[in-house]
Design a protein around this ligand. Structure first.
Ligand code: TYD
Length: 202
């Protein structure tokens, strides 16, 4: 038995992670836990304002990285740390692995700089469990084409998404105890079953 309390969801745009949030919340609530469901960038009033800028304004990749961590600092202080301290589960739709995948892996910000900010902003705080929804790049792009109006990240090309996928898979390989990779190209029911099985083993 593990005591995973801080759970994060990751994956490329179009990998389907957000679809399964209600399933995860329901599974945790059924076990009698308090659940705080949140997202990044965002999760606080300030963070949501930063999200608007991050998703729609063009900026230097390092500016983007710094703003992601500014939003994250606020998110940890105001939401994540207090929830974990009172024994709640925290489910965050994206966290620092996304910065490693998007700003570092895809946009070329040095991983050492991201690690420096990670250490500064998070100290010892790391997710206990990260569900990585993995799909081939073509699947992700097809899904995005069928979806609502794209934000700035969703308008990037296949090469950009390929770098994101590779960076995520590398993070998973480097942190096998924390990551579970879910094949997001399977049917909704199959993915739901995989997610429920992982949560049932917590
Ligand atoms: P996303 O989580 O996919 O939300 P939605 O389902 O509403 O589109 O959108 C957030 C975007 O922000 C996504 O494209 C990834 C990007 N992002 C980063 O580039 N770096 C980060 O550190 C985080 C948290 C997100």
């Amino acid at each position: 038995m593990t005591t995973a309390k801080f759970i994060t969801l990751e994956g490329m745009d179009g990998a389907g992670k957000s679809t399964h949030i209600p399933t995860i919340i329901a599974a945790l609530l059924a076990r009698g836990h308090e659940v705080v469901s949140t997202r990044e960038p965002g999760g606080t009033a300030l963070g949501e304002r930063l999200r608007e800028l991050l998703l729609h304004e063009n900026m230097h990749a390092e500016t983007e990285t710094l703003l992601m961590f500014a939003a994250r600092r606020e998110h940890i202080a105001a939401v994540i740390a207090p929830a974990l301290a009172r024994g709640a589960y925290v489910l965050s739709d994206r966290f620092t692995d996304a910065t490693f995948a998007y700003q570092s892996g895809a946009k070329g910000v040095s991983a050492a700089k991201v690690e420096l900010l990670e250490q500064w902003v998070q100290g010892d705080l790391q997710p206990d469990l990260t569900l990585l929804f993995d799909v081939p790049v073509e699947v992700s792009i097809q899904r995005l084409l069928a979806a609502r109006s794209p934000d700035k990240f969703e308008r990037e090309d296949a090469a950009f998404f390929t770098r994101i996928r590779q960076a995520y898979l590398q993070r998973a390989q480097q942190n096998p105890a924390r990551f579970r990779i879910i094949d997001g190209s399977k049917s909704l029911d199959e993915v739901k079953n995989s997610v429920e099985e992982i949560i049932s083993k917590l």
